[in-house]
Design a protein around this ligand. Sequence first.
Ligand SMILES: NC(=O)c1ccc[n+]([C@@H]2O[C@H](COP(=O)([O-])OP(=O)(O)OC[C@H]3O[C@@H](n4cnc5c(N)ncnc54)[C@H](OP(=O)(O)O)[C@@H]3O)[C@@H](O)[C@H]2O)c1
Length: 278
Amino acid sequence: MEGEKKRVVLVTGASSGLGKEFAIAFARQGSYRVVLAARRTHLLESVCEEIGHHDARSVELDVSANEKFIDAAVDRAWNCFGGVDVLINNAGIRGNSSISFSLSFENMKRPVKSPLELDEDDWNKTFNTNTRGTWLVSKAVARRMVAAKKPGSIINISSTASSGGLLPGGIAYASSKAAINRLTQSMALELGKFKIRVNAIAAGIFRSEITDSLLDKAWVHDAAAKIVPLLRFGQVSPDLTSLVLMLASEEHSSYITGQIYHVDGGHTLPGIRLWSSL
Ligand SMILES: NC(=O)c1ccc[n+]([C@@H]2O[C@H](COP(=O)([O-])OP(=O)(O)OC[C@H]3O[C@@H](n4cnc5c(N)ncnc54)[C@H](OP(=O)(O)O)[C@@H]3O)[C@@H](O)[C@H]2O)c1
């Protein structure tokens, strides 16, 4: 991309897991500079080091903060490379859903809370981070894109919990991700006239730092073979990064907006598992 201006992507929740891999995938693609945002800035800095500071910058951003703080952090992100062309709203928490209980050894002691046990603070924390955060970061970035008369792509990281694949304890998480799907469609409807496209990816089960050790276990592969039509859980790169890169690209997806893509190896397809002669 010598001589050509690189596009800029802002990735929230880029300090670990999916967000970190998205940031690295964009940098490796060669035509992007990356602004990495999250709360743990020392982790962001080490990813910037890995990518190289010429093409990567870090910005402290707590997506659950109030609008004034979010707007100020987005302003810093915007000014890192003089604009943002692509926003990946990836920052998210699982709250008390059983996926975090069963997949993360760190979280083993965290209780799975039913709708009758979950407290208001847990609910608010999950919604403030996953849903309100996605809206406010999008708002701050999209307002600047509109003012700069720049086309843009916003990609929201949803979950298969938003529309299938429910787990006990997931009331706040699943509802917050379902809200992200409708937020995606509503923003796509209203931002199209500014050439800002908004899409979401409802991800199945993927390797991230917190799922790594579990997904290495043999019995997990046996389980995947029984419940996932493609017989395995996902690898962030390339299973997710290929779609993220496609949706970011004006060349490859300029007429795609308001879509929710399920990337789950087909695991949300089966209904009740009964033999059928139909
Ligand atoms: N892994 C999967 O199988 C899977 C499946 C479906 C959907 N997802 C979604 O993918 C996204 C990433 O998940 P992951 O599995 O990669 O988990 P992860 O490794 O725990 O990463 C979560 C990221 O979100 C950031 N974050 C959390 N709260 C934040 C806040 N208030 N402000 C800013 N950043 C915040 C964290 O950074 P800091 O702590 O440094 O702020 C971290 O970088 C989430 O939205 C999750 O719901 C994941």
